[in-house]
Design a protein around this ligand. Sequence first.
Ligand code: ATP
Length: 383
Amino acid sequence: MTQTEIVNTTTNSSIIDLETRDVNKHYGDFTAVDNVSLQIEKGSFFSILGPSGCGKTTLLRMIAGFDEPDSGDILIQGNSMLGVPANKRPANMVFQHLALFPMMSVAENVAYGLKQRKVAPAEITKRVNNALESVDLGGSGKKKISQLSGGQKQRIAIARCLVLEPKLLLLDEPLGALDLKLREHMKVELKQMQSRVGTTFIYITHDQSEALVMSNKVAVMNNGAFEQVGTPSDLYYHPETSFVAGFVGDANKWKAKVSQVDAVSCSTQVANGPTLRGKINGKSPIAVGDEVDVFVRPEAIKIVLADSNINEKDNSLQCKVVDLLFNGANSTALLEDTATGKELHVALPQTGEYLGLQKGENLIISWSQDQTHCFKSTQKTNA
Ligand code: ATP
């Protein structure tokens, strides 16, 4: 069974923690959230991924109760949250700017929400210790916030929410303020923490690598609406829209016109450029004459010797090596299509030098039509 589905059915609150039904939010004439419906299964790590301004925070704020939708409904474990204030919802939010109290100790920060709720002191001590253990900071309760590293502060902000035992933990780009190395580390920490505590995490980010690494499911958002909801590998290998193919992972992209079409594939002509063959993707049917976006992943492209046989189903191009980018375990060849000057990325399993490639060298690249995704072009752009 899948963990998240877009649905129009009654919520089964024993397996679904959050449901949004046709949620809309407008600011004047501008639609910030456009008819968003989803279900998130209990205990999952769910990310909402999209570019700046696509409506992620607006949606999260409505789930948290800091804003109300103009229409639609938000249900947590089957109960409508319309009109329920933020502090009465079984959801807590971790902000990018963590808002910890610098003069208080770690334990006092974590205990704060429980004191507000007038929980008995012995119970507070027990729950604070458990929360600190769950973020791997057991024994740090007496430290001052100023004595913690960026990643430790991040974990305290999460512990402060977890101690309140929310059904949902809402995370608004919480790694955004950390440096790159710490961000990489915290991605793994957060994923492990979520599976340890079992709370449903809803995580918003514009960073596709964060969403792919951590999530059971990802909703890709654009212009206020969901483009696709799926597992990280669904989004990467089976994108349903041109936007998802371009936004999730690296891809080479051409604009082309369809010259021939059958049930599952088409031939396309790039203006003053190559003929490319690929699979028809997306929900819009494609006809001869349509404008399409053609995508191929850098790792789908093979470098072939000039005298090798190329399968007639393959796409192939004459290219020149512009640069070799060393990434450590692998590298990227930056190539130029000799006929059009278009820049292309090709992933190499080893360094370019190891494979004997040289800058300025001419070569032929080839890739299969099964790994080429064609989508009918849309004019939609981000606001
Ligand atoms: P970012 O990643 O940059 O935080 P986001 O995807 O979270 O972006 P939102 O903050 O949800 O985007 O904003 C969505 C759109 O709604 C933006 O164009 C923003 O300018 C607009 N918007 C958000 N809040 C308001 C407001 N209070 N009044 C008017 N417009 C708003």
